[in-house]
Write a protein that binds this ligand. Structure first.
Ligand SMILES: [Zn+2]
Length: 425
């Protein structure tokens, strides 16, 4: 069987029925979670159902494996079938039992039984049960794994692969702005590559989230709307500047390639950084964000190895939210809430900005009198006398660095000095 999966690159497929004993024998040769896979998400019931189906001889969907280049580590990566494969391995290792209310099979009671408790006939029926494996071999040597990722996505939902390509063909300022963002160096720090305009896609999602001021639906239909409604988008406007600032901040936080940065957490991390920049004293917090994020991801991955009862319920919920519909407002909100909670718990010293940034008329008058109506900055002038109609109340400690909007933290400044100060910082 031959298939043309991506604009000309040839992919060879061959189907093999492998008995379960063979799957077990290959356990160390298979990478069950290459990066285009979702995290394992099956619950105990789903696992029991699969084993029950196999024992009853029902059909089990075929798996897709990618044969890896000879030489290094794993022989195969699982394109599709990760949960099924893990379930089979776990059952064979006696890690879980069949359901307590399972009906007998071939006259044998199986309720609550683990693999090693099975009657010998049933055990051997299980061992020789054949699972169809489609082995994917690429005709082109050293081909990027993006080919395989695309195929996996096609198997999963089969539809939206060309959506970003189509958006890139929609003329307008939003298209141009997203194209500019896709070249931002932050994306080079992420694990995913720019196959099929992934950078454009994620950048468009970030703009969509910034536009909404927080979690929002960022599915293809929402991104199409963003492009359609923003044909005359101001690439030097407030929104555009904010998105660039957040990406700059993220690049400073993650200057190097960071394998933990995946498609689904890059956008939640964007939201967290946007919140930080908007409402907190964030100067110098870049290393904290990076350190926290990497330890969060490490903990999350370690938890996946534990039994469900031993895992942190918050992380089980996070896993659920990253397992499907990751582009909906509900999923992003749930993930962001947990991230924000844990991040600010880890760094209680990160202070919120004073919510009022503008001095009141009473404060302005008090500052003007306190400073005898003379410019205190003396950058562009020599402390000139100010006229009441034309002066600025300036934060001595800048608002963005946690300076309060109080008379004590205010000083009178002439417009030229005020501009010179803000250009400096
Ligand atoms: Zn001045």
């Amino acid at each position: 069987m031959r298939g043309d999966y991506n604009g000309g690159t040839e992919v060879r497929l061959s189907k093999q029925p492998y008995p379960i004993t063979t799957l077990n024998g290959l356990r160390n040769a298979i990478d069950p979670t290459p990066d285009y896979q979702r995290p394992p998400a099956w619950n105990l019931k789903q696992k029991q159902l699969l084993i029950d189906s196999i024992l009853r001889g029902y059909d089990v969907p075929k798996m897709y494996w990618h044969r890896l280049p000879k030489g290094e580590g794993f022989k195969f990566a699982v394109i599709d079938g990760q949960q099924r494969l893990r379930t089979i391995w776990e059952f064979c290792a006696n890690e879980f039992a069949l359901a307590k209310n399972a009906d007998p099979i071939d006259g044998e009671a199986v309720a609550g039984k683990r693999y090693s408790d099975l009657d010998i006939d049933l055990m051997s029926k299980f061992d020789i049960y054949p699972i169809d494996i489609v082995i994917v071999e690429e005709a082109v040597q050293n081909e990027d794994e993006d080919e395989i990722r695309d195929m996996f996505l096609r198997l999963q939902n089969g539809t939206t692969l060309k959506a970003q390509e189509k958006r890139n063909a929609m003329p307008g300022q939003m298209r141009d702005f997203v194209k500019e963002l896709a070249k931002h160096p932050f994306f080079e720090s992420c694990k995913f590559s720019n196959s099929r305009f992934t950078f454009d896609h994620i950048a468009a999602q970030m703009v969509c989230l910034e536009e909404a001021g927080g979690p929002a639906n960022v599915r293809d239909s929402d991104l199409n709307r963003l492009y359609a409604e923003n044909g005359h988008f101001d690439v030097n406007g407030k929104l555009a500047k904010k998105v660039r600032r957040v990406l700059d901040y993220l690049k400073r936080s993650f200057p190097e390639k960071t394998p933990e940065l995946e498609r689904y957490n890059a956008i939640t991390l964007y939201c967290l950084a946007s919140t930080l920049l908007e409402g907190y004293v964030h100067q110098g917090t870049e290393p904290q964000l990076a350190q926290w994020f990497i330890s969060f991801e490490t903990e999350r991955r370690q938890q996946n190895e534990l039994d469900e009862e031993q895992r942190d319920p918050q992380l089980i919920e996070y896993l659920r939210l990253t397992s499907y519909s990751t582009d909906t407002a509900e999923s992003i909100r749930g993930r962001l809430e947990l991230m924000e909670k844990l991040f600010f718990l880890a760094y209680p010293e990160i202070e919120p900005l004073d919510t009022s940034r503008i001095f009141t008329p009473e404060q302005r008058l008090a500052i003007f009198r306190k400073d005898n109506g003379h410019c205190q900055l003396k950058i562009a002038c020599n402390g000139d006398k100010l006229s009441w109609g034309e002066w600025h109340a300036d934060h001595i400690v800048p608002h963005s660095k946690g300076g309060k909007t109080t008379v004590a933290n205010g000083q009178a400044a002439c417009p030229a000095c005020n501009l010179a100060k803000s250009n400096k910082t």
